[in-house]
Design a protein around this ligand. Structure first.
Ligand code: ADP
Ligand code: MG
Length: 358
């Protein structure tokens, strides 16, 4: 088990002939704690797999270094890093039995057969594979095969970390939830460093203690689910996390207070009134409500989601989402909205302006 550190890691894949290299990872400097449960969350193409492969050694970064417990491993071969990696699609030996597939990583490293039996039995039980141990892997569904892949990652005891690259992509939705809880439970039991890549916020937020949000080749924020929800450091985090995501609206400043739609907004802010660049406010749909005074809007859509309603309103060019209680009436005449001052955030060129929130 290890602390994992990235020092100014950048990576460009070999460019097409005559083209300049494009950095898939622009610059990553991070320290991830030993024993943590991390999720790497971001949209497709933002560099998650690239970063994971740099940890396992499948890829050597173009620049920068990676350290395990303070020792440099940047050029160390995969086998010497003691990392288990589970890929998006199943990697199993079709001709072997389920048992032999699970035993393979242990036998390969000379673990005593008695211990192999113990581990395989334990892992198979956890993954509901116990009654299929003597079947050949070829006969299993995609679900079943991916469970074997997960098992092969989990079976070793000598690893520094286990990396999962969108491991539940091929898994049936009802099983997904179950497997994710099992991984979480396993993390709590064995305390191994786990890094879980996903583009699905629900997966990330339920699995991880710390979520690492990636965007366009960089890490934009590392935080607990609560921190990411309450204080997104970048507009992308606000928009990507939450359902619906945060409203990001253009604003100006008047004596250090944001102004949107000619309304000087109440906020816990006191910022320099001469901020330059693109200024925006961020307000989550949960903190927008109908009010007697405020910003006049037109109602575009009301979606009843059972315990709450998502209301889409518009002020001129700006669309705003609101979350309101299930039994709350939607005003029929001249609706107006206001924003909860304590939850109003300010962004300059997409980055949060540090402020003194009450
Ligand atoms: P993610 O896992 O977040 O979807 P990747 O790390 O796979 O993202 O990819 C990041 C960027 O690098 C993407 O723009 C992708 O097209 C590019 N890329 C990934 N693998 C290669 C490769 N082998 N050769 C060239 N470009 C690649
Ligand atoms: Mg990927």
């Amino acid at each position: 088990m290890s602390q994992i550190e990235f020092k100014n890691v950048r990576h460009a894949y070999p460019p097409a002939k005559g083209q300049a290299p494009v950095y898939a990872l622009k610059e990553v400097s991070q320290i991830w704690n030993d024993g943590g449960a991390y999720a790497l969350l971001g949209p497709s193409g933002c560099g998650k797999t690239t970063l994971l492969n740099i940890i396992s050694g499948l890829l050597t970064p173009s620049e920068g270094s990676i350290l395990f417990d303070g020792s440099e491993v940047t050029r160390l071969p995969t086998a010497e890093r003691h990392i288990a990696q589970v890929f998006q699609f199943p990697v199993v030996y079709d001709t072997m039995t389920v048992y032999d597939n699970l035993a393979f990583p242990l036998r390969n490293r000379g673990v005593a057969e008695a211990r192999v039996t113990q581990r395989v039995t334990e892992i198979a039980e956890m993954l509901d594979l116990s009654d299929r141990l003597q079947q050949r892997a070829a006969g299993l569904t995609a679900d079943g095969k991916q469970k074997i892949s997960l098992g092969r990652g989990l079976v070793r005891e000598d690893v520094n970390a286990i990396l999962f690259d969108e491991p539940l992509t091929v898994i049936d939705p009802h099983l997904k939830w179950q497997l994710r809880s099992k991984l979480k439970e396993l993390h709590q039991r064995i305390g191994m460093t786990m890094i879980y890549v996903t583009h699905d916020q629900v997966e990330a937020l339920t699995f991880a203690d710390k979520v690492v949000v990636m965007y366009d080749g960089g890490v934009v924020q590392v935080g607990t689910p609560v921190e990411l929800f309450n204080r997104p450091k970048h507009t992308f985090v606000g928009y990507f996390i939450g359902s619906p995501g945060m409203n990001v609206l253009p604003c100006t400043l008047d004596q250090g207070q944001p102004v949107f739609a000619n309304n000087r907004l109440d906020s816990g802010y006191a910022v320099a009134s001469d901020l330059a660049g693109k200024l925006e406010i961020g307000i989550r749909p949960e903190f927008v409500s109908f009010s007697d005074d405020g910003i006049p809007v037109a109602i575009e859509k009301v979606e009843d989601l059972g315990r709450y309603q998502v209301v889409t309103v518009r002020h001129e060019a700006e669309q705003i989402k609101m979350v309101v209680g299930e039994d709350q009436a939607i005003p029929a005449q001249s609706p107006k909205i206001s924003f909860a001052a304590d939850n109003l955030l300010l962004y300059q060129d997409d980055w949060a302006v540090e402020t003194e929130h009450a």
